[in-house]
Write a protein that binds this ligand. Structure first.
Ligand code: SAM
Length: 235
């Protein structure tokens, strides 16, 4: 049975209690498919105030998380998981996308380092972690929510975590397109009706409609995902 282990290093371990204790992630942990450890970075500090940050060399606004406690925390986790792939969550990292989620889902063990304040000493990226990943082109206050995003996106690709794995083939990004629109009952709500083709019973027509709609939606919301960009946008 394929299992995956996540070890998260953070100064706010309490943030993870509820999101990891509900729904699919809760069940996946109960089934032993996913293991999650949350580690308090402050337990790896050496000074009596458990300080994890300091002023940036060269000046500049805010405080920066130091390399020493992060390195010590990562090495401590690696005593249990020596082959763990280590990731720093960072807005300046490479984009985390569905292809990366598939790649990470094949690993046995991941360590996720959550930054705070103005960020993390660059030596963490250079010397401690294997890669740095961003969950989007915006800045959050900490790496905890990005770590939750990564854990959820990766876990659901581990065999057995999602009940019906055929849904993974049809989801957004799986075929390089966004997912087609979905409807459920009632067929007519306030005059807002479901497209007739979906209730026609003609499976071929339904499949063709779904493919067309997936392409239309992608062209509208994410033209960058298409091989043939809309007219006027090709180079
Ligand atoms: N000064 C940094 C910059 O401009 O790139 C931003 C630091 S941010 C306020 C603090 C921490 O939040 C980061 O070290 C990182 O761990 C996390 N973070 C914020 N936005 C993120 C994103 N889009 N993806 C991943 N992590 C993010």
């Amino acid at each position: 049975m394929k299992t995956i282990r996540f070890d998260i290093i953070t100064i706010f371990p309490g943030m993870f209690a509820s999101p990891f204790n509900e729904s699919i992630l809760k069940r996946a942990q109960e089934q032993g498919l996913v293991h999650i450890g949350v580690h308090d970075l402050r337990e790896h500090t050496l000074d009596k105030h458990n300080r994890v940050d300091d002023y940036p060399f060269g000046g500049g606004a805010g405080m920066v998380m130091g390399v020493e406690p992060i390195d010590r925390a990562v090495q401590s986790v690696k005593q249990q998981s020596p082959n763990a792939h280590t990731i720093l969550l960072s807005p300046s990292g490479r984009p985390f996308d569905q292809a990366k989620a598939w790649e990470l889902s094949k690993k046995e063990s991941l360590i996720l380092v959550c930054g705070r304040y103005e960020g993390v000493d660059e030596r963490v990226r250079e010397c401690v972690v294997d890669e740095d990943l961003s969950v989007g082109d915006y800045v959050l206050s900490g790496g905890e929510i990005p770590a939750m995003v990564l854990v959820e996106a990766v876990s659901r690709l581990v065999p057995g975590v999602i009940g019906d794995e055929t849904c993974l083939d049809e989801e957004s990004f799986s075929q390089g397109l966004l997912e087609y629109p979905q409807y459920t009952r009632p067929r007519d709500y306030k005059g807002w009706t479901v497209p007739d083709v979906l209730t026609s019973g003609d499976h071929r027509k339904i499949r063709d409609w779904q493919k067309d709609e997936a392409r239309k939606k992608t062209r509208l919301n994410r033209p960058d995902l298409l091989d043939d960009p809309p007219e006027g946008e090709s180079e």
